[in-house]
Design a protein around this ligand. Structure first.
Ligand code: BGC
Length: 736
């Protein structure tokens, strides 16, 4: 795979990486995204288009899925009667007469959100054609999807047939969600209408083929098809465009989804491919104007950072503040499209800095879902708002209680929905971080404060008063290998931070927005007793700390478990957990991902003096498995802050390869959104050391790798756009 500054290129075709590359080559526009599957299909492909917010809980499944909508890509081409297709060794369905693929190149243009595929193909007749496909999901008109096929006769004068349809026969890995599917063909427009079985979302899609030759209708098959047929003169070309539009009942009234799709389609066809593409590119240019980070001196790192920002941008909802980004973005079925802390602590910060409006949309998703969080608190016997560990469209807890069947047929109990409660604080952290960077007082007053304060109310009722101090039992910290433990230092310490921030925020509101303060005091019952209780918790919370070793203790009892020297398990291609097995791992000191180190990333120097931070690092880093993709980037960030420069770069490079190199072997399930956002933070907060100093000004403390010449990036700080440049002092220093 070639990675040039703005381009990801597959050359030649790698059928063995079909599903990995489908994920990497995903296109999207924040409304929907489509994996890079081929127009003509391919054995073993996972043709997927996911639209934000369309969830459905099918019978017989444990939790809702983000639903795969009908496939808009199909374009089938015949050259002199030979079916155009790539040969994949796994494909047992091939029928003669066979063609031959003479060349192949696929490129994703990150700067334009455009995928292009070029194939040189010889038909059984001997005619050779060059077929170039392009596709984009318009960033300007988000309901519009555009495809272009250009066919050139390289040798011979072939007879060409191009067929197009929408394929409604789609599933989520076998689970069917669409009912009442109806298809139509009228005035050469193919349409599909459908409804999700349980949740009742309506979908309308419409599609048209635009050809310089007559378009014929074939309404009678199982799926209505349109086609165009022509003969190419030697060395001549024909260009065929296909436009498709998508609406759901989240966008318009349920009975209007089809007419909306048809109307938008007519106007897209009228405006034409070139105009739509020009508008689309202009939107992308505006995006990159603030989102591009330039790294001089390291082309791999440069590409990686653009790649992750591309994937964050295509997943980030632009016009909708009731949806959020799932752990695997919109690029695959992993985690069923559910939203985790990944969004607030990993994906959101890059947007807070570069696209604050998009960050705000994501935070508003949590605001709108406060009722679900209150419901969860109440159902568990607590006050306030307790956010679900996994969230969908309803805001209710949607973490499955059981895993999929293991190879021996048994299922493992999943405790995260019960015990990974730190998410409520993670969301508060993101709200306050957004406020600090943007100065968006309207947001904090009208919406954000309610999130921060009502989650604080939850903690006030959640902590347990024991032994003259406050404790929190039955937790899972970021390290999910250790379940249902008491007094996870990450959670206990973050709760102290959270309650302190809540008190500060209430003071600020009292001065700057007294009406909002009064409303919230009343609605959330922020009585003086309650606030005093918070102060007491801040003072007396148990923070596990070993004063002899001067380290934070991940949780009491952690060091009593078996010590396993994780660094000795190298080189390995799977997690230490996979090597040792679940049972042994959970009884050992192997840590899944940054936990105390995550606390260090979030609280920095306010957590402890530098010696303690270094002790923490030296204790926990060698015990960490990086069994989660969230881990390497946070370690890179913290290592840079501790001045461990070589390690910081090594971990940064590891994080950069998570999706591109598929170094966890699961990219077929989708992009690791948190690893993407984490990489940006490792660069900006870690290697460049960007922070807001005590005077409230932006400051940099760079620890760039030796071979990097310069990094420059743009951030918004309190509404002002700032271009920051960090130059490596090592470069240019005359040799001694
Ligand atoms: C990680 C969690 C993460 C989830 C979704 C898990 O493997 O341990 O921290 O939220 O994946 O990405």
């Amino acid at each position: 795979m070639l990675r040039r500054l703005w381009e990801l290129t597959e050359f030649p075709f790698h059928p063995e990486k079909l599903n990995h590359y489908e994920t990497l080559f995903t296109i999207g526009n924040g409304y929907l995204a489509t994996r890079g599957t081929f127009e003509e299909g391919s054995a073993g492909d996972i043709a997927t288009t996911l639209v934000h917010g369309i969830y459905d809980h099918a019978p017989g499944t444990l939790v809702p899925d983000l639903v795969n909508i009908p496939n808009w890509l199909p374009i089938r081409i015949w050259i002199d009667g030979t079916l155009f297709r790539l040969v994949n060794q796994n494909d047992t369905t091939l029928q003669p007469p066979e063609g031959a693929v003479l060349g192949y190149r696929r490129t994703l243009e990150l700067d334009h959100g455009l995928m292009r595929r070029e194939v040189l193909f010889r038909a059984a007749s001997g005619s050779v054609v060059r077929v170039v496909f392009e596709r984009f999901a318009s960033l300007k008109a988000v309901h519009v999807l555009a495809q272009r096929v250009e066919i050139t006769a390289v040798d011979g004068a072939p007879e060409v047939v191009v067929e197009s349809w929408i394929d409604p026969d789609v599933t989520n890995s076998g689970t069917r969600h669409w009912t009442e599917v109806s298809q139509n063909l009228h005035d050469s427009m193919v349409t599909v209408q459908a409804m999700t079985g349980q949740s009742g979302y309506r979908l309308g899609m419409a599609s048209k083929l635009v050809s310089p030759y007559p378009v014929l209708e074939q309404p009678d098959g199982s799926v209505p098809v349109v086609s165009t047929r022509f003969r190419l003169e030697p060395e001549s070309s024909a260009t065929i465009d296909k436009f498709t539009t998508v609406y759901t009942s989240r966008d318009v009234a349920p009975n209007e989804v089809l007419t909306a799709a048809q109307d938008t389609l007519r106007s897209a066809v009228q405006r034409g491919y070139d105009t739509l593409l020009a508008e689309h590119k202009a939107e992308w240019a505006a995006y990159w104007d603030t989102c591009d980070a330039r790294i001089d001196g390291d082309d791999d790192a440069q590409f990686a950072i653009r790649f992750v920002m591309y994937h964050i941008l295509i997943a980030a909802p632009r016009h909708d503040d009731r949806v959020s980004i799932g752990a695997k973005t919109l690029s695959g079925f992993g985690y069923k499209g559910h939203v985790f802390w990944d969004t607030e602590l990993f994906i959101l910060p890059p947007l807070t800095l570069t696209q604050p409006q998009l960050a705000r949309n994501l935070l508003m998703y949590r605001y709108h879902n406060l009722p679900g969080a209150r419901h969860k608190a109440q159902a568990n016997g607590y006050d306030g708002a307790m956010f679900p560990w996994e969230s969908t469209d309803t805001g209710e807890e949607t973490t499955p209680q059981w895993s999929d069947p293991q190879p021996d047929g048994t299922r493992i109990r999943i405790w995260t929905g019960d015990s990974e409660q730190h998410i409520s604080t993670d969301i508060a952290y993101a709200v306050l971080q957004y406020w600090r960077w943007t100065g968006d007082d309207t947001f904090i007053t009208q919406y954000g404060a309610e999130i921060v304060l009502d989650t604080a109310v939850f903690w006030g009722s959640r902590v347990e008063h024991k032994n003259g101090r406050y404790e929190i039992s039955q937790q899972i910290g970021p390290d999910e290998y250790h379940e249902n433990i008491d007094n996870a230092v990450f959670t206990n310490r973050m709760v102290v931070w959270h309650l302190q921030q809540a008190l500060n925020l209430l003071d600020w509101l009292q001065t700057h927005a007294p009406e909002a303060a009064a409303r919230l005091r009343h609605e959330l019952k922020l009585t003086p007793e309650r606030l005093n209780h918070w102060r007491d918790i801040i003072e007396k919370m148990f923070i596990p700390f070993d004063s002899e070793r001067q380290i934070h203790v991940q949780f009491p009892g952690f060091f009593d478990m078996e010590y396993i020297p994780v660094p000795h398990y190298q080189p390995r291609t799977s997690s230490v957990q996979a090597i040792l097995g679940h049972t042994r791992t959970i009884q050992s000191q192997v840590i899944k991902q940054a936990d105390v180190v995550m606390l260090m990333a979030l609280l920095g120097g306010t957590l402890a003096p530098r010696e303690v931070l270094l002790n923490n690092w030296n204790t926990y880093y060698p015990r960490t498995d990086h069994g989660s993709s969230l881990s390497p980037s946070v370690h890179a960030w913290v290592a840079a802050r501790l001045g461990l420069d070589d390690l910081a770069y090594e971990l940064f490079a590891h994080a950069a390869g998570i999706d591109l190199d598929d170094n966890k072997g699961n990219v077929r399930d989708g992009i690791h959104g948190a690893a993407s956002g984490g990489l940006y933070q490792a660069l900006v907060f870690g290697l460049c050391g960007l922070h807001i100093n005590e005077a409230g000004e932006l400051a940099l403390e760079p620890r760039l790798p030796e071979h990097w010449k310069q990094v420059s990036f743009t951030v918004y700080y309190r509404g002002e756009k700032r271009r920051l440049t960090v130059t490596n002092p090592v470069i240019g220093t005359p040799a001694a």
